[in-house]
Design a protein around this ligand. Sequence first.
Ligand code: G6P
Length: 372
Amino acid sequence: AAAEKGGYETFMEKEIHEQPHAVADTLLGRTDDEGRLVLDEVRISEEQLGQIDRIVVVACGTAAYSGMVAKYAIEHWTRIPVEVSLAHEFRYSDPIADARTLVVSISQSGETMDTLMAVKHARELGALTLSICNTHGSTIPRESDAVLYTHAGPEVAVASTKGFSAQITAAYVLGLYLAQMRGGEHAVNAQAVMRELRNLPEHIQTVLDRMDRVIEIARFMADSRSVLFLGRNVGYPIALEGALKLKEIAYIHAEGFAAGELKHGPIALIEPGQPVFIVVPGPDTPHELHKKVVSNIQEIRARGARTLVIAEDGDEDVVPFADEVIRVPATLPLLMPLLTIVPLQIFALHLATAKGLDVDQPRNLAKSVTVE
Ligand code: G6P
């Protein structure tokens, strides 16, 4: 069993460290010599795809958070409206979908019953269905019109990590492919984004190499009762996923919020000593979102929060209000999730380990939930 874990203590730790490969492998073979995206395996004709006027992502758990990242990216790159629905909510909400709707399911296992039922229902409604999945030959891709496989390799730990990064990567590829199909400026931009996306595996490795301080913080925080997470734009699903990791494996009450929502309620939770992670958008993020999140940090710090700030290299604006600054390499704003999630995974892993918990097999959870 030790050999299977490749020298790591747990599968979760191993899988976190496999993320540079998971992302690189998911990008492999998806561009031609001219750098144009090719999605040969997607068996939906360009003509059919060209008619799509709406995308609905259906998924559960971590996969649904990758879908939320996808929404921001795909809408920005293609201007096609994207909504994200928890699969079990979609199925029984009398959903609207037709031949011009692309229903994208996201599932690591390909066996999640809630997601499968949503896909089957979408097909009954006449929608086009595309599965983003990590498991070859599993049920959801078989029941879908098309599949875009993630190449994360088998994921053993119950809490998903490399599966998540690979899902986000595949969703980016899909978005960029649709942007390229739209042509003109969309296509030019898609090529530029794709070039930067290729640098992400290396950037993820850089983040992994810098985790000593995060591990120390996690051990030091082993008796925390509650941890909050804030993010905005693509940082918002990362806040949700950071909180989910902590609930799943460390059994700590954790909640993620959209940073802009703070003043509408959650700020009442801030009392002296409350730990709060803040996922800070890059300084180049449009609409001054960076500045707005920095002022959120200032507000909660003034109320005594312990601020654990995840920010880009060179972002000095956060320093005066941060108890800890966790650095990630600079990249395009929409690609940041592949980097900012890593410290939150490492934090949950080491906090749970410090509590003596079995991180690979958390209580009450199953790797894939095959009942509705
Ligand atoms: C279970 C797992 C989660 C996972 C979710 C969706 O609840 O415990 O970690 O995110 O299922 O799984 P899927 O295989 O569909 O991605």
